[in-house]
Write a protein that binds this ligand. Sequence first.
Ligand SMILES: *[C@@H]1O[C@H](CO)[C@@H](O)[C@H](O)[C@H]1NC(C)=O
Ligand SMILES: *[C@@H]1O[C@H](CO)[C@@H](O)[C@H](O)[C@H]1NC(C)=O
Ligand SMILES: *[C@@H]1O[C@H](CO)[C@@H](O)[C@H](O)[C@H]1NC(C)=O
Ligand SMILES: *[C@@H]1O[C@H](CO)[C@@H](O)[C@H](O)[C@H]1NC(C)=O
Ligand SMILES: *[C@@H]1O[C@H](CO)[C@@H](O)[C@H](O)[C@H]1NC(C)=O
Ligand SMILES: *[C@@H]1O[C@H](CO)[C@@H](O)[C@H](O)[C@H]1NC(C)=O
Length: 262
Amino acid sequence: MLLHQIVFFILLIATIQCEEHLHANGPFGKSHVSAKISSPFNCNRSMGISPRSLQKMSVPITDLQVSSIRYSNNEKIYVSWTPLSSICKDDFIGVYFLETSIEAGACDYVDFEFVTQGENNSTWLMINLRRQLQFRYYSRNENCSGSYIFVAKSPIVAPCNYNEPIQVHLAFGDRNDQMYISYVTNSNKIIPKCRYGFDPSLLNFQVNGNTTTYKASDMCEEKANLTGPKTFIDPGYMHTILLEDLRPSTTYYYRVGSDEHG
Ligand SMILES: *[C@@H]1O[C@H](CO)[C@@H](O)[C@H](O)[C@H]1NC(C)=O
Ligand SMILES: *[C@@H]1O[C@H](CO)[C@@H](O)[C@H](O)[C@H]1NC(C)=O
Ligand SMILES: *[C@@H]1O[C@H](CO)[C@@H](O)[C@H](O)[C@H]1NC(C)=O
Ligand SMILES: *[C@@H]1O[C@H](CO)[C@@H](O)[C@H](O)[C@H]1NC(C)=O
Ligand SMILES: *[C@@H]1O[C@H](CO)[C@@H](O)[C@H](O)[C@H]1NC(C)=O
Ligand SMILES: *[C@@H]1O[C@H](CO)[C@@H](O)[C@H](O)[C@H]1NC(C)=O
């Protein structure tokens, strides 16, 4: 990666983290800042764990309902359910990779939210992780002192477009007549192109760019080098296009992506 791209990505990450500190900690917009109870993140259940005795809930709830089984980046999905008559204070709903084990993977969510007594719905701000997801409800057995037990799941929720172009953004080039345009899709099958011009209906310039990605093995240390829902998540493919010979103080319009390959 070129130095200015690295600098740019660091700036971008810093920006995202600032926003997360203001609004939420979780990738799906869930705030964990003011939670009075500790996160199930550590799944620290050394007290009261009863191994393997998955006690049936006395009042099982039906499946979680979702407002849509398809999602696009930045869209909201409304999840609803019939409340349990009595809940544990750390009952939670998590969003999971579909392939995560329901029985063993209670703590392997991508984001979570605690459920409060009587609550029957919550809204999730989706990010396109380019994979199938599922919402799952967990409570605890042994009168809320034991292990997390699976209670209910939603239908499978999948991206509308696995190749949806996301994270479209601009960055300065080395010269002041240059501008980098970057975006992310799930495809490296075609050369990324940017069409641009002075008029949104006439994007008569076109330039090609590059595609790159990185793997868990490119990361220096744990946990970044471990693949998993809370560690390294496949970032998709990053496309970068350089616009050059731009005129100063001029508004340009640009367009990236394609229907087929994002
Ligand atoms: C887990 O629980 C034990 C016993 O309650 C406690 O000593 C330990 O600090 C906890 N660890 C974490 C990571 O919360
Ligand atoms: C959800 O709970 C609210 C009270 O918090 C209630 O007014 C509403 O009717 C409930 N919705 C459903 C679908 O049961
Ligand atoms: C969703 O939950 C809120 C409170 O948590 C409640 O006021 C609202 O009525 C619920 N929506 C529906 C459609 O039940
Ligand atoms: C749970 O609580 C009920 C009522 O207090 C009690 O009868 C039961 O033995 C408890 N179960 C466990 C596993 O502690
Ligand atoms: C991940 O990083 C740790 C150092 O933090 C290293 O010991 C380990 O071998 C790395 N694992 C892989 C799969 O690269
Ligand atoms: C794409 O890669 C080529 C060859 O490595 C390089 O010369 C060019 O500057 C790159 N373009 C962008 C936009 O990074």
